[in-house]
Design a binder for this molecule. Structure first.
Ligand code: KG4
Ligand code: ZN
Length: 367
């Protein structure tokens, strides 16, 4: 049994979790500064760092207490040391370094994006009972069996990462083996939601508030009585590559409002705009992902990151793609400590540790 303590402080969530063998959540703690950030209409990096400083040690203590464990019983500490906001990352990284030095714990550096990818493994493993059973029955031979099974079960796997800072289509060939097929050339999908929400006068974070506004339209559409006038472009839908672009879509939304003199204070109009914006983002994400899977003959998809919490995106992916799709539970789409501990476990298994002296923040770390 391997117990990993995961630390996440890349942006505006302080996430701490203790996970056993990469799949059983022993305890988890999360403090979000999103409500504070909302007052400023977006993430204020300094504010995020201060909240991390205030809560990180408290949450570690709470997570250990809740699990009935002491630090001595923890096998390794996994920390997201990049990519993200420098000051925010620094908090988790310094805490991990300190635990490494003082408690002589093994440390594991986890790429925040890799953490998102592994959040989908939580649902994959839960879904596949056979895999669970064989792991329990064959504990002695677990390592061999697990890897063999994983190969068959999981890889190659297409991964769509859609978060506030990233939009990437990645081919995962094995643990830690990633081929980036495409990414956004400007705004990330979550960033686009956040900016569009601002244009529409909706609160931060924009993803959930646009989704909430758009859902009012869904029922009208279901009744077949929708106003079809508002059309936004589907940027780069037909481009030959697997890249995305969302900055122009946000501008198109702004032009639509100003050119057509649309009143965003009118709830119905605002809902229609939110609906169409969400449709445009989800259409492009679902259709381009499908094309990449077809082109490469990949039959399994994981969708991760904050935007994966979008219900309409989930529907569209299932409508568009027939293959198996793994999407984490809503609460594991956004940032948390569980995904860092889970990703850390797979590094633990291959002895991928880092000395506390060498652990440093890598704010632009790519996969
Ligand atoms: O993964 P995450 O928590 O942080 C980053 O790593 O960036 O993602 C946050 C992003 C925000 O841009 C937020 O607006 C978006 O995820 N988001 C959503 C939804 N929930 C969060 N976007 C669309 N629909 C949602 N339901
Ligand atoms: Zn994230």
């Amino acid at each position: 049994m391997v117990l990993i303590l995961g630390i996440e402080t890349s942006c505006d969530e302080t996430g701490i979790a203790i996970v056993e063998d990469g799949s059983r959540i022993v305890s988890e703690k999360l403090k979000s500064s999103v409500d504070l950030q909302a007052e400023y209409g977006g993430v204020v990096p300094e504010l995020a760092s201060r909240v991390h400083v205030e809560y990180v040690n408290i949450l570690i203590k709470e997570a250990l207490d809740e699990a009935g464990l002491t630090m001595t019983e923890i096998d390794a500490v996994a920390v997201a040391n990049g990519p993200g906001l420098v000051g925010a990352l620094l908090v988790g990284t310094m805490v991990a370094k300190t635990i490494g030095l003082v408690e002589k714990k093994k440390l594991i550096a986890v790429n925040h994006l890799e953490g998102h990818i592994f959040s989908s493994f939580l649902s994959l493993e839960k879904k596949d009972e056979k895999l669970q059973v064989s792991r329990i029955k064959n504990q002695v031979n677990e390592e061999k069996l697990f890897r063999k099974k994983d190969k068959i079960m999981f890889f190659p796997m297409m991964v769509l990462i859609v978060s506030g800072g990233h939009t990437e289509l990645v081919l995962m060939e094995d643990y830690g083996v990633y081929k980036i097929l495409g990414s956004t050339i400007d705004d990330a999908a979550g960033e686009a939601f956040d900016k569009a929400a601002k244009i529409l006068g909706l609160p931060y974070p924009g993803g959930p508030s646009i989704a909430q506004s758009a859902v009012q339209v869904s029922s009208i559409k279901d009744q077949g009585s929708s106003n079809e006038e508002i059309n936004l472009p589907r940027p780069m839908l037909n481009s030959k590559d697997y890249n995305f672009s969302f900055s122009g879509l946000k501008t198109a939304l702004l032009y639509k409002i100003t050119n057509d003199k649309l009143q965003i204070t009118n709830e119905k109009i605002r809902n229609m705009l939110a609906w169409e914006f969400q449709e445009a983002v989800c259409d492009v994400l679902a259709k381009k992902t499908k094309r990449a899977m077809e082109d490469l003959g990949v039959k399994r998809l994981a969708v991760v990151g904050g935007v994966a919490a979008n219900q309409r995106l989930r529907e569209k992916l299932h409508e568009t793609i027939d293959d198996e799709i793994a999407i984490p539970e809503f609460k594991y789409c956004t940032d948390n400590g569980v995904k860092i501990a889970t990703a850390g476990y797979y590094k633990y298994r291959v002895g991928n540790f880092i000395d506390w002296q060498d652990l440093e923040v890598k704010s632009n770390w790519s996969l």
